[in-house]
Design a protein around this ligand. Sequence first.
Ligand code: NDP
Length: 476
Amino acid sequence: GTAQIGVTGLAVMGRNLARNFARHGYTVAVHNRSYAKTESLVAEHGSDGEFVPSETLADFVASLERPRKVVIMVKAGGPTDAVIDELVPLLEEGDIVVDAGNAHFPDTIRREAALKEHGLHFVGTGVSGGEEGALNGPSIMPGGTPESYASLGPILEDISAKVDGVPCCTYVGSDGAGHFVKMVHNGIEYADMQLIAEAYDLLRQGLGASAAEIGQIFAQWNTGDLESFLIEITADVLQHVDAETGKAFVDIVLDQAEQKGTGRWTVQNGLDLGVPITGIAEATFARALSGSVPQRTAGLASLPAHTQEWEVKDRDAFIEDVRQALYASKVVAYSQGFDQIAAAAAEYDWAIDRGAMARIWRGGCIIRARFLNRITEAYERDADLPLLLADPYFTDAVASGLPAWRRVVAGAAQNGVPTPAFSSSLAYYDGVRAERLPAALVQAQRDFFGAHTYKRVDREGTFHTEWSGDRTEADA
Ligand code: NDP
């Protein structure tokens, strides 16, 4: 074979990845279960570079130079297993199988172990940036063995997005690490989107501003610390007018947010690891609430508001308050996400460089933002930073916005504007900086009804109090 890399699965993502490889000068073997997609890729985009189309998987494998590098870009789940099962007997020791779909990381761990038995490298890779990113440069998060990265890595770095000439692709860690980090990326994306949506809602209800006016505020914000892809598209969306009705586009969209499941995976894993990723969890539940139609119908019909008339006295000051509250809440959501990565690295034995993750998210992906540079710098200052919020840059940034943050959350509560992500982020901030937490009372309750024991602040040991007896304390 002569092809340097192969792509099987040529729907939107696979087709664009194959074109991206070809445009970078690689000879690309292409295959799809149904041949029509392969034919149309070559017919429509043959001018992008060298494609070697095959109708069967066996021909496809034979067209690749050794060690073979096969990128699978099919529907996640069963279809990925089906393609792997068909590929394995056709491959030889040392070949590299890359799953670039949105696999759940436990599946990637399982598949990596299975392929290792056959002497094959399995590389579960996160790819972010949608179809546009796949074509023009995605953010790429590969796991698997370091040996496989030695030959595969340079090709992936080549086709990834670049920021200041630095590729948005780096080796993440063994087996499922790449897909894990992609999952957390998506979770953070949920939190970021929810926070932006809450900021919009506050401005809308607080100022009575139109969607277009708020779009202009976001466009302004996009020139400062908040500069990011999500803020930029929000400014654009809010200024868009529905052609049919002449109304603001956002007002004709049904307010029930859907999800494909990566937010849910992230929250489930946060629970498994015991990491409080409240920003991501609230964002995921906010989508669930929006889709809870019977509950919302009943709530709308029955629940009183008891709010006061919202009087924003200084328009510009309020806008600035919301901006600062958004930035502070966003720092919390990212801080929590990076905590989750650290906890997972310890749990699943991955050596993940968190600063490098922030670096490869600066371009190509949905959460690309100026602010990620600050995260990279924080982990450069201290690779083992236990709390991103406690890095001096973020401590200062959040502290200066703290009065605004409290005003916004208090105002939202007083005026009945639901801000689950803003509010829970502030609660997390106050929780993580508290000297004493009421967790002491929870421990006491647990010991009372379940003899679950407690520790004391003043001496070592584990204790239990005879609550139903004479209330003496004993070593447990
Ligand atoms: P889809 O997820 O819609 O999958 C369609 C592709 O899977 C087609 O090539 C189809 O072949 C193939 N396929 C489905 N079942 C089988 C099977 N049993 N055996 C062999 N091939 C099968 O395609 P996308 O391009 O949208 O996404 C590909 C992957 O990338 C997914 O894992 C997705 O989650 C992930 N991803 C998608 C993003 C996006 O923005 N869409 C962003 C990032 C990742 P056929 O043509 O023969 O039906």
